[in-house]
Design a protein around this ligand. Structure first.
Ligand SMILES: Cc1cc2nc3c(=O)[nH]c(=O)nc-3n(C[C@H](O)[C@H](O)[C@H](O)COP(=O)(O)OP(=O)(O)OC[C@H]3O[C@@H](n4cnc5c(N)ncnc54)[C@H](O)[C@@H]3O)c2cc1C
Ligand SMILES: *[C@@H]1O[C@H](CO)[C@@H](O)[C@H](O)[C@H]1NC(C)=O
Ligand SMILES: *[C@@H]1O[C@H](CO)[C@@H](O)[C@H](O)[C@H]1NC(C)=O
Ligand SMILES: *[C@@H]1O[C@H](CO)[C@@H](O)[C@H](O)[C@H]1NC(C)=O
Ligand SMILES: *[C@@H]1O[C@H](CO)[C@@H](O)[C@H](O)[C@H]1NC(C)=O
Ligand SMILES: *[C@@H]1O[C@H](CO)[C@@H](O)[C@H](O)[C@H]1NC(C)=O
Length: 549
């Protein structure tokens, strides 16, 4: 660790770094980070269980365990938080906020660690990680169709705990089971139920948050402005979400699902993808039919050239007898037959779409360790499509997947419409509602061996595909989805001096005109811009205001 870089700016940090050898003689207690913590945490015996410094043998494994994008676990990215705090209680979160502020340290809050750019565990300035892995209770109220979920719970834990209590209740949120609800819900939350129930963030009834003053607030005490902002606006700009009260989603005891794959070398498959753009967003709200386009190795003998495939994957909240006529009427060319379909419970569908084989016991969803073969390194970008894209344009986009032979690249097309189009743009900060046919998720993943040339190739590839799509997707601003974070859209100054105009460049992509209200709320609740990162909402400078708040 390089002490010299920080020492002159962070006097209390020096005290902190010496605290392990000089604990007894440490003076100036209130300036001292660790001592500051102990002053704010009444149960001192719990302190040793929640603090990891670089000299602690578990520090590296705790740090690494939820780095879900492997490229950031490899130099030069290897993060170096001065301390990792894994709270069990709200008072410990409050103490971390108060003491970090006092010592001039930044906080990186991590729930599931899936951030595409690693913002929950990387920082260019001295920082601590507030890792919420121990805050993961899920209390389900079946009668009320609600649950209180702590921010460090994973989606897998939430889905599983709900299914333990009821087979006909689910929650509208994302696919992948190790995602944390802290980050996911505060950025929106796309998933298979969203056409019927809206995003995860549309289904929040209350929240507990620790704000920049270290106060523990609920919906009533935080007020509707702040409660609005944290549901899709990136709660990280406003505080630390401690827990969410979620509205559960009724699901039938059995739903129908299929995944059919078609060869994109065939002209009829190209037409099928083109036609999907017209039908998927108009289906009944019970249907979620998405498309994944990716390369696969040729199965024909002696031919190792990859082939392009389109997977048409659906989850339908009803019986197969009801699904078949819907597809035959609106999308007959798919050639769906009954044998392609399987009727399973909601929780089995979750297990399947998180990537396990059909029939895997659902308690796999409780596993919080890094999934096998994962995480790989990945880069992601997003778009929203408002007019159907011509067949030849689409074809040129997916033909570029051939160029990605050293990684696995995919285009995923998620249908919008139904409930998503009914919710007003300003209801929560996520603004991409009526008028959007579907969202595109561009992703490339690879096994990282630290080869910088290869890494650059993947980044160049996704940037060039994204650039190619510019004329065909939403414009002014070009939409993007916060949960598929993209620092290419713009980033803040490390020193926190980002101007409104500068932040608007990326802010309007994610939030359109809701960006203005986010800045307003931010300025009100965190005027000194304590909670900040490369893409946090800036507070407007209040020059007329003396000495902050
Ligand atoms: C394999 C994979 C699959 C995915 N699938 C989907 C999907 O199906 N649908 C979808 O919508 N998205 C999906 N995503 C994106 C995912 O929703 C986002 O990356 C989300 O932000 C992850 O939340 P997290 O808590 O796991 O991440 P983290 O990295 O812990 O957090 C993400 C951001 O939120 C902040 N944050 C975390 N916890 C809190 C908190 N308690 N309070 C305040 N701020 C907090 C962090 O500081 C960081 O800025 C996927 C990502 C991956 C890697
Ligand atoms: C204090 O913390 C320890 C360790 O986390 C715990 O076992 C104990 O029950 C706590 N005591 C009180 C009074 O909360
Ligand atoms: C971090 O985890 C990855 C697997 O995700 C592993 O390859 C790597 O060796 C780990 N690094 C450390 C320092 O533990
Ligand atoms: C294709 O085959 C090669 C060599 O056998 C293998 O390394 C690669 O992972 C395969 N790709 C896919 C997408 O299955
Ligand atoms: C690194 O990746 C590049 C591009 O994929 C490749 O040409 C090169 O051989 C790789 N270098 C090593 C040392 O593996
Ligand atoms: C903050 O950083 C920006 C760019 O990174 C720089 O232009 C500006 O001068 C810095 N401001 C201060 C006060 O250091």
């Amino acid at each position: 660790m390089k002490f010299s870089e920080y020492s002159s700016f962070f006097p209390c940090l020096i005290a902190f770094l010496f605290s392990f050898s000089l604990a007894a003689s440490a003076h100036n207690h209130h300036e001292h980070f660790l001592h500051c913590l102990s002053h704010h945490i009444s149960n001192t015996s719990s302190i040793s269980n929640i603090i990891y410094t670089p000299i602690n043998p578990s520090y590296a494994s705790i740090l690494n365990s939820t780095i879900m994008n492997s490229q950031f676990a490899i130099p030069p990215f290897t993060p170096k938080p001065l301390v990792i705090i894994t709270p069990f209680h709200a008072s410990e979160v409050q103490a971390t906020v108060i003491c970090s502020k006092k010592c001039g340290l930044q906080i990186r809050t991590r729930s599931g660690g899936h951030d595409a750019d690693g913002l929950s565990y990387l920082s260019p300035v001295p920082y601590v990680i507030l890792d919420l892995r121990n805050l993961r209770s899920v209390e389900v109220d079946v009668e009320d169709k609600t649950a209180w979920v702590q921010a460090g719970a994973t989606l897998g834990e939430v889905y599983y705990r709900i299914s333990e209590k009821s087979s006909t209740l689910g929650f509208s949120a994302g696919f992948f089971y190790t995602i944390g609800v802290g980050g996911h819900i505060s950025g929106g939350g796309f998933g298979i139920l969203m056409r019927k129930y809206g995003l995860a963030a549309d289904n929040i009834l209350d929240a507990h948050i620790v704000d920049a003053k270290g106060r523990f607030l609920d919906r009533k005490s935080m007020g509707e402005d702040l409660f609005w902002a944290i549901r899709g606006g990136g709660a990280v700009s406003f505080g630390v979400v401690f827990a969410w009260k979620i509205r559960l989603a009724p699901v039938p005891p059995k739903l129908t699902t299929f995944s059919v794959v078609r060869d994109l070398e065939k002209p009829e498959t190209k037409k099928l993808v083109h036609q999907w753009q017209y039908v998927a967003n108009k289906f009944d709200e019970d249907m979620f039919l998405f498309v994944r386009i990716q390369t696969a190795n040729s199965t024909s003998k002696g031919n190792t050239k990859p082939v392009l495939q389109a997977y048409f994957v659906a989850v339908f909240l009803g019986k197969v007898e009801k699904l078949l006529p819907l597809i035959q009427k609106s999308f007959p060319k798919l050639g769906l037959v009954k044998e392609d379909c399987v009727e399973i419970s909601w929780i089995q569908a979750i297990v399947l779409y998180t990537g396990f084989p059909l029939g895997t016991p659902p308690n796999v969803l409780l596993d919080r360790s890094k999934p096998q073969g994962r995480p790989r390194s990945f880069v992601e970008k997003s778009d929203f499509v408002q007019e159907p894209i011509q067949e030849d344009v689409l074809e040129k986009a997916w033909e570029r997947l051939y160029e990605e032979e050293v990684g696995i690249a995919a285009l995923r097309l998620f249908p919008f419409g139904a409930k998503l189009s009914e919710i007003p743009e300003s209801e929560i900060p996520f603004p991409h509602r009526a008028g959007n046919l579907y969202a595109i998720d561009y992703i490339v993943t690879w096994d990282d061996d630290g080869n910088a040339t290869a890494t650059k190739r993947h980044w160049d590839w996704i940037r060039s595909v994204h650039a190619y799509m510019t004329p065909y997707v939403s414009k002014n601003p070009r939409g993007a989805y916060l949960n598929f974070r993209d620092l290419d859209l713009g980033r803040n100054n490390v020193n926190g001096t980002t101007s409104y105009a500068q932040a608007s460049t990326w802010g309007r992509c994610y939030f359109k005109d809701n960006f203005d209200r986010l800045v307003h709320v931010k300025t009100k609740v965190d005027p000194t811009n304590f909670f900040r990162n490369e893409q946090s909402i800036p507070s407007l400078p209040l020059r007329w205001k003396k000495g902050g708040d």
